[in-house]
Design a protein around this ligand. Sequence first.
Ligand code: ADP
Length: 319
Amino acid sequence: MTVGMAAIEAKDLTKRFGGTAILRGVDISVARGEIFGLVGPSGAGKSTLLRILTGSLTPTEGTVKVLGSPPSEFKDEERRRVGFMPQGFVLYDSLSVQQNLNFVAGLYDLGGAERRRRVQEVLEFVELWEHRRKAARNISGGMRRRLQLAAAVVHEPELLFVDEPTASLDPTLRRRFWKEFEQIRKGGRTIFVTTQYVGEAELCDRVGFLVDGRLVAVGTPRELKRQAFGGEVVQLTLAGDPGHIGDCLKAVESVGHVIEIRPDERAGEAVSHVRLISQDADAALPPVMEALDGAEVRSVNLPTPSFDEVFFRLVKEHR
Ligand code: ADP
């Protein structure tokens, strides 16, 4: 493994089908050991990008390197370093859970004791060991998905591609998948996962928002929130009327701007709600408190916006 080299490096990717551009100038760099989430609505181009990254399509323009080489030119040795969990069930319905995995392990030349060890290890990991003798057709939808995940990692790939693993699963099962990804990542592996559930962006180390074939924003969840709101939001409630609070706060260096100061008498006493934006809400709090010297602070809140809201704002900006 070459230390320091990105797991995925794509530059200016464009893909056209006929005359229609499905991907437009996509740049992506994924570091080793991170969970990178490609998030976007249905039809955005996520599967097309994934098919380019896994070598089953070539880009119309641009360059792509996965583990240092163009995926469409992968040799067996490079292919073995990558795992892919596609959408839809591609294993054998009539084979048992364990037979399916034995079969896949055989494709990767795992044999004998090593194969037995890995098959058991990975079935225990996805909690299917006790169901190993059941025919794949007789296990639930969530279990089939986990069997596919097991098949994608049985050969211990360095890099795992996963296409919409949680589509149409209930929230509990979706959570469970993300826990499994977390475990795989902890083992030092890289995961590239697509999802149409915007909220799942929160669970990735870094996220790219793909809309109409364009990557409109890339960053850590926290960076994307900052980008969407121009900073982080701090909400304060103070006793009494606002007085000169606005002027005091504007003088604080770490306060980007004060969004609103709103007097409120509904609770039977006068309070003032203050919302401000800062590049780093945690760091801004001590100087803000100091500037409010003497004011009676009733509550301090650092609200975390939902990813639906973040997505909505960033997409609106780019349309
Ligand atoms: P997503 O995975 O985000 O739902 P896709 O990559 O599957 O998006 O599809 C993006 C767009 O590309 C869709 O409008 C789809 O119809 C179109 N598309 C995908 N594959 C092909 C193809 N082989 N030929 C023509 N159009 C395609």
